[in-house]
Design a protein around this ligand. Structure first.
Ligand code: ATP
Length: 290
C-alpha cells in the first residue's frame, strides 16, 4: 500500500520481535461483578487478518477497545506494534493511536462538513504531519474513489462512505487497523468490496523506504464482526465466549468464501448453544478459507 514512514532500525527490530498485537493475561472488569474479559492471551502476527466473533455480550467490543488502546485493561499487558501500551501516559497513547493505528467503525464516523479528501487528511493533521494531498489522492484511488475527493459524506452512498473511512484509516500507513463491524451497515455486495479492500491492505506489501529503514510488510487487520461471510475473508477467526477465548478457525485456501462462512456459522451456532466441548480453546478446528 505504498511507502511507510521511516523508523529507526532499533524501533523496527523491536516492532518485528513482537507480534503486531500481543495480549497477556488481559482482564477487564466493570464494577465488581461484570468480567468482560477474563484473561486473554494471544499474539496476532504482522500482516495477518483476524476476525473476532462471539455471542452478544461475549466481550468482543471490550477486547477491541483494550487491544487498540482505547480502553485500559483491569490487569494484564498489551503490546501494540512493539510498544507496551498499558503503562503509557494518555498523551503517548494518543500519539501512538494517531500514528500507528487505523480505525474503521460500523457508523463510518466521517465528519459531515468535510469533503472526502478533508476527512482522509484529518489523521495526518491530528498527527501533526503535512496535509499531503498526493497521499490522500493515492489512498482514495486505492479504494476506488479518486473521482469523489470533493464530495461530502451526504453526497456519497453508505459503501462509498465506508471506503472513505478506510482510506482515512490507511492514510498514515498504520501498523494495525482495528475494524468494529465495518460491514454491519452495508449490503452484501458493498460489504464484499470493503472486505476485499481490508484483505488488500494486509496482502499488499509496502515498499521499503529509500534508506531501507521503512517497514516492508502490509497492515495487520483486527475485525470484530457478527457476519460469518465477513469473517471468512480473514486468515483466522477467534471466538470469544463469556469474556474468554473459546477456540479459533484457521484459513484454508482450498475453501471458497461461502464454504468457509458455513464452517464459521456452524461454530458460532455451537458456541451460542454452548454445545459441550465446542467452546474450549484447543478443540480440533475445522480449516476455513478466505
Ligand atoms: N461500560 C460498561 N459498564 C458495565 N458493563 C459493561 C460496559 N461495557 C460492556 N459491559 C458488559 O461487558 C460485557 C461484554 O460487553 P461487550 O460490549 O464487550 O460485548 P460484545 O461481545 O461486543 O457484545 P455485542 O455483540 O452485543 O456488541 C457485557 O456483559 C456487557 O454488558
Amino acid at each position: 500500500m505504498g511507502r511507510r514512514p521511516e523508523r529507526p532500525p532499533n524501533e523496527e527490530a523491536r516492532t518485528q520481535a513482537h507480534g503486531a498485537v500481543e495480549l497477556r493475561a488481559v482482564t477487564r472488569r466493570y464494577g465488581r461483578s461484570v468480567h468482560a474479559l477474563r484473561g486473554i492471551d494471544l499474539t496476532l502476527a504482522h500482516r495477518s487478518f483476524t476476525a473476532v466473533m462471539g455471542p452478544s455480550g461475549s466481550g468482543k467490543s471490550t477486547f477491541l477497545q483494550c487491544a487498540a488502546g482505547l480502553d485500559r485493561p483491569t490487569s494484564g499487558t498489551v503490546h501494540l506494534a512493539g510498544t507496551e501500551i498499558s503503562s503509557l501516559s494518555e498523551n503517548k497513547l494518543t500519539v501512538l493511536r494517531r500514528t500507528r493505528l487505523g480505525f474503521v467503525f460500523q457508523a463510518f464516523n466521517l465528519l459531515p462538513s468535510l469533503t472526502a479528501e478533508q476527512n482522509v487528511l484529518l489523521p495526518l493533521r491530528l498527527a501533526g504531519r503535512r496535509a499531503d494531498r498526493d497521499r490522500a489522492a493515492e489512498v482514495l484511488g486505492q479504494v476506488g474513489l479518486g473521482e469523489y475527493a470533493r464530495r461530502r459524506p451526504d453526497q456519497l452512498s453508505g459503501g462509498q462512505q465506508q471506503r472513505v473511512a478506510l482510506a482515512r484509516a490507511l492514510v498514515t500507513r498504520p501498523d494495525v487497523i482495528f475494524a468494529d463491524e465495518p460491514t454491519g451497515a452495508l449490503d452484501t455486495g458493498t460489504a464484499a468490496e470493503v472486505l476485499a479492500l481490508l484483505r488488500n491492505a494486509v496482502d499488499t506489501p509496502a515498499s521499503p523506504a529509500p534508506n531501507g529503514h521503512g517497514s516492508t510488510y502490509g497492515a495487520t487487520v483486527v475485525m470484530v464482526t457478527h457476519d460469518p461471510t465477513a469473517a471468512a475473508h480473514a486468515d483466522r477467526v477467534l471466538f470469544l465466549a463469556d469474556g474468554a477465548l473459546a477456540g479459533h478457525l484457521e484459513r484454508d485456501p482450498s475453501l471458497s468464501v461461502p464454504q468457509a462462512a458455513e464452517h464459521i456459522a456452524t461454530r458460532m451456532t455451537q458456541l451460542t448453544a454452548a454445545v459441550p466441548g465446542a467452546a474450549h480453546t484447543g478443540t480440533p478446528y475445522a480449516r476455513v478459507a478466505a
